[in-house]
Write a new protein. Structure first.
Length: 262
């Protein structure tokens, strides 16, 4: 998403705006969104605990309270042992006043049911008419009958209190996929399975014009966008401002740390 698209959505008076994982470190977009009255849902795939903390800081700076954080793993489909549903617990402990949800890309509905039981208050799943259509997204999306089943299951499960791992296993049956999805995790890191998606969708710092070595980097010199190859990750936008440019950068090219004099 870009800032023009964000303005367009806001003018439509939509009930909420989703900021996808690829923009979760886009500090410029987040700051603009935080100033809007519209509720936000922010996915955190391909992000670290440090970046998630930065998201929360940006929201706090604008006194934004009507937003949710979604635990998410950006791999399609996500293997059960990469789901790390325990991260929902960690986020709820770290941010008790923020709504925590789950954006899932795994096959089937069992892990999403477990996410509800461990404390997720929003569930996002992709929808398809046919899992056999071309494209990785169809493989991890729910067909109509699955989607309907998940909705009906959630209506029952959300009435229960938050359960621990053993209780969830007992309720859903001792399925191996649930056991794998509930593995312990302390801090969010970028997973090996997310690298491919990050290389395609991750946001980098990019030169808005040709930049010459020896000049000081100003806000008008750089922007945040998808780049190939990846450059300095977008969350470091503030960190590079005011730094000396160590090597020339072509217009619309990503900045790397070799371009910056630390």
């Amino acid at each position: 998403m870009d800032e023009i698209s964000l303005d367009f959505l806001n003018e439509l008076n939509v009930p909420f705006i989703k900021i996808g994982s690829g923009d979760a470190n886009n500090v410029l977009l987040l700051r603009k969104a935080a100033k809007m009255d519209t509720p936000l849902i922010v996915s955190t795939g391909m992000q670290t605990s440090e970046t998630i903390e930065k998201i929360v800081d940006i929201m706090q700076q604008s006194n934004k309270t009507n937003y949710a954080l979604m635990h998410c793993v950006s791999s399609y489909p996500t293997d059960p042992d990469d789901c790390f549903l325990e991260m929902i617990t960690r986020l709820k402990e770290r941010y008790p006043n923020i709504v925590i949800g789950y954006s899932g890309h795994e096959k089937g509905i069992e892990i999403s049911k477990a996410a509800v039981l461990i404390g997720a208050r929003i569930i996002e799943r992709h929808f398809t008419l046919d899992n056999n259509q071309r494209g990785s997204d169809h493989k991890c999306s729910l067909e109509p009958h699955e989607f309907g089943s998940l909705v009906n299951e959630i209506k029952t499960l959300e009435k229960l209190r938050t359960l621990n791992k053993e209780q969830i296993m007992d309720l859903l049956g001792h399925q191996k996929i649930i056991e794998l999805a509930l593995k312990e995790i302390k801090l969010r890191t970028i997973l090996p399975s997310e690298i491919q998606c990050k290389s395609k969708l991750g946001k980098s710092i990019v030169a808005t014009k040709h930049l010459e070595a020896g000049n000081i980097l100003k806000i008008c010199d750089i922007c945040i966008k998808v780049s190939e190859p990846n450059g300095i990750s977008a969350e470091y936008f503030d960190s590079v401002l005011g730094k000396l440019i160590a090597a020339d950068v072509n217009e619309d090219s990503p900045l790397t740390w070799r371009h910056i004099s630390i």
